[in-house]
Design a protein around this ligand. Sequence first.
Ligand SMILES: Cc1cc2nc3c(=O)[nH]c(=O)nc-3n(C[C@H](O)[C@H](O)[C@H](O)COP(=O)(O)OP(=O)(O)OC[C@H]3O[C@@H](n4cnc5c(N)ncnc54)[C@H](O)[C@@H]3O)c2cc1C
Ligand code: SF4
Length: 324
Amino acid sequence: MRNFAHVNARSIDEAGSFLRRYGDKADVIAGGTDLLGKMKDEVLPRYPEALINIKTIPGLEFIKEEGGVLRLGTLTRLEDIGTDSMISGRYAALAEAARRTASPHIREMGTIGGNICQDIRCWYYRNPHNRFPCLRKGGGRCYAIDGDNRYHSIFGGSVEGGCYAVHPSDIAPALIALDGRIKTSKRTLNAEGFFEVGVEKTTVLDKDEIVTEIEVSTPSDGTKSTFIKFAIRKSIDFPIVNCAAMIAKDGGRVRAARICLNAVYVKPYRAKKAEEVILGKVINEENAEIAGSSAISDAKPLSDNRYMAQIAKTLVKRTILACK
Ligand SMILES: Cc1cc2nc3c(=O)[nH]c(=O)nc-3n(C[C@H](O)[C@H](O)[C@H](O)COP(=O)(O)OP(=O)(O)OC[C@H]3O[C@@H](n4cnc5c(N)ncnc54)[C@H](O)[C@@H]3O)c2cc1C
Ligand code: SF4
């Protein structure tokens, strides 16, 4: 690993000014579980000269519910979210997603802010020493289109650049299904609008912008949420496909539905067609099956990942049935 400066920030403002001072040669570090691995492997052409440590900023690690809103500081660790009984009770999708993320060790270090800002896992992109300088690193081509694309997007590539790497977060679809908000040092964003695809970029954040807090409004009575993940290993593994749903019912029929898949597209993928199909219906096997099929009606799998569409369909169906 190469040398770099490690700067302890004392406030969000100070962290922002350090980031501006170093320009694109600095990164924020929280738990370090994603960032340090990338640096050790020298995955990117750009190596940071400085890491701006935000763990030294007081008041960024908390779980509070006040005024009908769940508030989580960006440094809140995934383990604390997964084991919190209030979150498990009223925001089940989020707690289940946190419990299914990575391993106990990583959940103890990894923060919610770091999880939604984590980088992609495409094996060409992550190959050590920048062996495949692909589009997503500012290079000239995508190696996955004609290469090994077993775990890549089934809904097409990014409009800009044509990258097929999926977004790997388990937390992201839960926040989108729960209609969460991301507060940063500059603005408040809907969780759905937070994710973006660009060269070395997975979010809309500016280079000097820092996530400070995540908010979720408390779901109304009669609303259920859930998260289901398919991964090859049960103990520690990124999702092949995951899905979160929040469904509100009135008189036994669906009044509102938000369903979000992840690891199937370059950003978390809102299954809007499934939401439309299930609206006004009773939740049963037949209706959930139709909604699952609608969710994948726009799928355009690559040469090796057709199986992911079938998994996505089944997860959409199962999350709907779990919200019965
Ligand atoms: C072996 C392994 C298995 C894993 N399995 C899963 C899995 O199954 N599901 C899953 O969802 N994830 C998984 N992960 C990813 C893991 O959840 C993330 O690494 C972790 O959540 C990142 O949090 P962190 O605090 O360590 O972030 P860091 O590594 O410190 O940062 C990650 C990125 O986010 C940026 N960042 C961090 N905090 C902020 C902030 N407040 N504002 C702006 N930018 C910020 C950093 O600059 C960096 O680019 C796995 C990781 C590993 C190493
Ligand atoms: S899918 Fe994206 S990250 Fe992977 S090789 Fe292609 S351009 Fe690079």
